[in-house]
Design a protein around this ligand. Structure first.
Ligand code: ADP
Length: 499
């Protein structure tokens, strides 16, 4: 066999996965493993970097074994990853000086608030497209430097390296030879100027982070070096990297201006491709780098909803009114659209476009006739209403999608997708392969190693499974949307998030 297989590593928040593809981008083998979530204090979330690395090693070896592949059979590796999660390690030993601080971790919220008080947020938004928030890497880096003994001294002398998960995996895969990341991951650190495509010195100063820590920033498809012989038993080129949501947009072939994808897993993440324009949001969406290929940047406008599929887990595990997430589809089908009960699943506050961390969930509009089936259906409907809020915000910012491509575990639910099309009043397309994230990493690797030559070829590989057209009357849609707006109004805190 010549080197015609591709290996895509998807290092996510709850599990690591490796998929082996053939050169027609068909799945040949796949392995997945969950790892430990560490919650040292309320609001803190960490991962053990050694467990992350060993989980990636194990699933990669398993997938290669299943495929009967040796290192020499692999043409290239693509990596996609949970974004923003922060690691710092010693360049000499490769040892991390602290656990990975996960994107969900809120320990630096007070630091962010203090910087906002000083009026720093405008500069951050203007240069990075992000809000000044604890989700992003910058304040997490500063926290590690300030809380690990001796870290600041080591950082100042260039002995430490910072990386998001992609960068850490690349370092380990290359046997400590390559310290690099890609532009999509860099764009989530709150240190990268998305207009100049360079680390921003003023932001480094603002967050008190030495430049010596930072990796080189490359295109998403690039020569990231080769794996060390000891890792996979041979030198395999690493040739694609993108953060998970951007990889999903690539997996959905979202290369054209206006193309939009929405991923429904635990939460919901929507990104619209805005081409070479970095649109500034007036609705608290994020401006980000959607992809960078051959030096050309496509920008994206991104909105996230914290609770999507996890609302089904809440119905299953806390309310105990469904046995499994898929059951929600059967129940909604027999119940039909619910127009009096609204579930607002603001369990962890409200994301875009509200950014209200103090909001909490509610069920409103209950009457004597409301029961389990209405609550289940209304919970599914809430995910569609929240997507509508994101799409409205995008439209108001200047990019109104006419079609939305969906992926993630929840899109197995046909009823949900029809309701989504009805509420968005746009076409919803579900592809055959709904594993867009890992597929995006494979496409990047294929592009760099010449198996795929153009993004048009990627677009041709995209296969439609089902299309959902809006069929609801405008009156009914308006009535439902106004009910939703009223329900959201009831849960919003008086201290809403700042701009
Ligand atoms: P993640 O990658 O965030 O772990 P996945 O893409 O694997 O998530 O999707 C899993 C989520 O999808 C779970 O939260 C689950 O409740 C939800 N889910 C799975 N199947 C269905 C379904 N048929 N209807 C509604 N939700 C579903």
């Amino acid at each position: 066999m010549t080197s015609r297989l591709l290996l895509a590593i998807d290092q996510g928040t709850s599990s690591s996965r490796t998929v082996v593809y053939d050169d027609a981008i068909n799945v040949v083998a796949s392995a997945q493993r969950e790892f430990t979530q560490i919650y040292p204090q309320p609001g803190w979330v960490e991962h053990d970097p050694e467990e992350i690395w060993s989980s990636v090693e194990v699933v990669t070896q398993e997938a290669m074994q299943q495929a009967g592949a040796r290192a020499a059979d692999i043409a290239g590796i693509g990596i996609t990853n949970q974004r923003e999660t922060t690691l710092i390690w010693e360049r000499q030993s490769g040892r991390c000086i602290y656990n990975a601080i996960v994107w969900q971790d809120r320990r630096t919220a007070a630091h962010c608030d203090a910087l906002k008080q000083q009026g720093a947020e405008c500069k951050v938004i203007e240069r990075t497209g992000l809000r000044l928030d604890a989700y992003f890497s910058a304040t997490k880096i500063a926290w590690i430097l300030d809380n690990v003994d001796g870290a600041r001294e080591l950082a100042a002398t260039g002995k430490l390296a910072f990386g998001t998960i992609d960068c850490f995996l690349l370092w380990r895969l290359s046997g400590g030879r390559v310290h690099a990341t890609d532009a999509t991951n860099a764009s989530r650190t709150m240190l990268f100027n998305i207009h100049t495509q360079a680390w921003d010195e003023e932001l480094l100063e603002l967050f008190n982070i030495p430049a010596a820590l930072l990796p080189e920033v490359m295109d998403c498809a690039a020569d990231f070096g080769t794996t060390d012989d000891k890792v996979l038993g041979g030198a395999v080129p690493v040739c694609g990297i993108a953060g998970d949501q951007q990889a999903a947009l690539i997996g959905q072939a979202g290369f054209e201006y206006g193309m939009t994808k929405s991923t429904y897993g635990t939460g919901c993440f929507a990104i619209a491709n805005t081409g070479d324009k970095a649109l500034e949001s007036h609705n608290q969406l994020l401006t980000t780098i959607a992809s960078r290929l051959n030096g050309d940047v496509d920008y994206g406008l991104e909105g996230s909803v914290f609770v999507a599929g996890s609302a089904m887990q809440w119905l299953r595990d806390e309310l105990c009114i469904i046995d499994s997430a898929p059951q929600s589809g059967d129940i909604a089908t027999r119940t039909g659209i619910v127009d009096d009960v609204y579930v607002v699943p603001a369990f962890a506050g409200l994301g875009a476009p509200y950014w209200d961390p103090h909001a909490r969930g509610a069920i409103v509009g209950l009457t004597r006739g409301s029961g389990r089936d209405q609550i289940i259906t209304a919970t599914l409907q809430a995910v569609a209403f929240q997507t509508r809020d994101l799409v409205d915000a995008m439209a108001d910012d200047g990019i109104a999608p006419s079609v939305i491509r969906v992926d993630g575990g929840m899109v197995a639910n046909q009823w949900f997708l029809q309701f989504l099309a009805d509420i968005l009043d746009i076409t919803v397309e579900r592809p055959m392969n709904v594993e867009s994230t890992v597929l995006g990493a494979a496409y990047l690797a294929a592009y760099q190693c010449g198996i795929i030559r153009t993004t048009d070829e990627i677009a041709k590989l995209w296969r439609l499974d089902t299309v959902f057209e809006p069929s609801m009357s405008a009156d009914q849609r308006e009535m439902l949307l106004s009910g939703w707006a009223e329900a959201v109004g009831r849960v919003r805190s008086t201290v809403a998030g700042s701009p």
